[in-house]
Design a protein around this ligand. Sequence first.
Ligand SMILES: O=C(O)CCC(=O)C(=O)O
Length: 337
Amino acid sequence: MFNPSQDTNVSSSVYDGRAALQELDATKSGVRGLVQSVPVIDLREVDHAAVVANVRRAAADWGLFQVTGHSVPQELVAAAQSMVRTLFHDADGGEGTLKGRLYSRDPNKAVRYNTNFDSFESPVTNWQDTLYIITDPEVPGALGELPKNGRVLWLRKTFEAHAGYLVRIAIRGTWPQGKLLGRHRLQSGPDMLACHYYPPCPEPEHAIGMVRHSDWGFLTVLLQDQIGGLQVLHNDTWVDVVPIPGAFVVILGDMLQMVSNDNFTSCEHRVVAKRTGPRVSIASIPTQAGSTRNYGPVKELLSHTRPPLYKETLASVYRKHCASIGLGNKGVHDFQI
Ligand SMILES: O=C(O)CCC(=O)C(=O)O
């Protein structure tokens, strides 16, 4: 699971094998006890309060969990993945092609395709291409710029409807005081889809699919295919987010950490490169791009013993800051009071 050669931020301290064995011995749980697995929450569970409690626990302990038993039909999930893989990413690029026309590093373009949005800021180049689709019709040109391809529109609509629903469920569970997040209108539905593509990598031991990072927004809802490679950092260990057909992965982001005043922390995750593939994932990300609201620690959570830990900021300012420092650097530290 853990491969130091693929981690850019691993400290170079010397590994103490004997101490590790002593630690293992003390657990009395054997090697089986070393296997940690990402929480899976089944929404079909009839006891709604139990679902909310499970979401809350998973959010607090892991910052990431998988959701099954949702209402999104499996055929839609499979069709969305196949559309991204076959119709777009597997097609040739270059001058005169659809990919060539959409290739851009301008974050204001409603539909754009590129390799590593932060190629010129980040010290690491990921083994990954991405098609971005801004789905917020308020953004100038959002609909006009979509390729004349009904399936792209369909992908947008599918995710808007279903990811919005999942986000609401996740929000209900992830907030320590019930309805606060909804009341503060911290997150609506998704307004950007990032459709990632990781081709088979000839030298995975020398590459990374997507470098270790936390997401900048409130919550990301991610659909991954069966290839695997997504890992979450939990108790200093990289744990595989093992693909479950049709499941959505919910990932807590930096803005949630800031407004919750560290009641929740955004989780660090990465994607390891693989010889097998291509791998496809679709992340639905709320950008709050048009919001004129300053976000900071929610007042109801503060007291003289719990002062605010973060400055207030516009979501668009925070997002730009994260883009400027590149993936792999946690932007929240720069907004600490
Ligand atoms: O491809 C994946 O599974 C992860 C994508 C991701 O981490 C992101 O979009 O921030």
